[in-house]
Design a protein around this ligand. Sequence first.
Ligand SMILES: *[C@@H]1O[C@H](CO)[C@@H](O)[C@H](O)[C@H]1NC(C)=O
Ligand SMILES: *[C@@H]1O[C@H](CO)[C@@H](O)[C@H](O)[C@H]1NC(C)=O
Ligand SMILES: *[C@@H]1O[C@H](CO)[C@@H](O)[C@H](O)[C@H]1NC(C)=O
Ligand SMILES: *[C@@H]1O[C@H](CO)[C@@H](O)[C@H](O)[C@H]1NC(C)=O
Length: 286
Amino acid sequence: MLRLRIIQTTLSAFAILLILFFILFSIHFKSPLLPPTYTTITLQNTSSPQQQFSLLIGILTRPDNYDRRHFLRLIYGIQSSSIAKIDVKFVFCNLTKPEQRVFIALEIMRFNDIIILNCLENMNSGKTYTYFSTLPLILSRQYDYVMKADDDVFIRLEPLALSLQPLPRFDLYYGFVIPCPSMNPFVHYMSGMGFVLSWDLVEWIGSSEIPMNHTFGPEDKLVGQWLNAGNKAKNRFSNKPAMYDYPGTNGRCSHQLIPDTVAVHRLKRWEQWIHVLNFFNVTKYI
Ligand SMILES: *[C@@H]1O[C@H](CO)[C@@H](O)[C@H](O)[C@H]1NC(C)=O
Ligand SMILES: *[C@@H]1O[C@H](CO)[C@@H](O)[C@H](O)[C@H]1NC(C)=O
Ligand SMILES: *[C@@H]1O[C@H](CO)[C@@H](O)[C@H](O)[C@H]1NC(C)=O
Ligand SMILES: *[C@@H]1O[C@H](CO)[C@@H](O)[C@H](O)[C@H]1NC(C)=O
């Protein structure tokens, strides 16, 4: 009995130590230039010869959105692309609550798909700038493309990859152009639902003073303004009608679901997700 107790105590003490150790090194180890999880973002070389390019999708979300992340891990975990190596990560600012340090540490241990930026949680005060400008500092290798996506969008990875395949790998700005009726990718900017930048533009955002001096405002509109001001993104591609807002949620940015879809945005309610997943036969053959 006594020995069992001692073993149990030792084991739980060891477990607590392990967790403390992990948290100390992964969460509390912070310096302004090296955000907290920089050590965990090591990419494996799993590229196959068929994979012609790589894409990082960063889903900007909040630490407390545990259920949403759980759901999106299913949504993206069941998809893949034959032609692109695609990594999906969740992106948020500094943790602010004691329980987040425990629960998110568990997520990092289990999934290793979280990037914690050095910022305070916000939508239009620089999070997107911090996201792009931090990536070149923390990634162990570069991607061909980086996407910023919302957490209320359903992205179909293979159609997305197929649509990127023929496009330039350089100086590219891709997405769903705003205003809604615009069919000109230069008028004016790509919606925050999900837009893609080629790696050179990500590096430019991290090094140019133009974005650095203009970080406050609607995040998607700002990106377009930076690129215009810097005379960047000569290659632009607006993927209409394959990207859109869910029917009936946003005027002329919305239309009915169509088979050739890359992304559907503004999925706020479960009925909408269920409708979309059924339409694309995601779970049909189980
Ligand atoms: C990654 O794997 C590919 C395909 O096997 C290979 O061609 C490439 O050299 C590898 N890259 C690195 C950095 O090991
Ligand atoms: C984020 O957390 C780190 C470490 O606690 C701190 O040094 C940094 O100032 C925080 N950043 C912001 C924007 O609050
Ligand atoms: C950015 O701001 C700094 C400091 O105010 C200024 O010196 C610099 O000229 C600005 N750069 C651009 C490109 O606006
Ligand atoms: C879903 O499956 C049905 C029945 O097989 C088919 O008619 C339909 O085209 C499929 N939908 C899509 C979006 O692939």
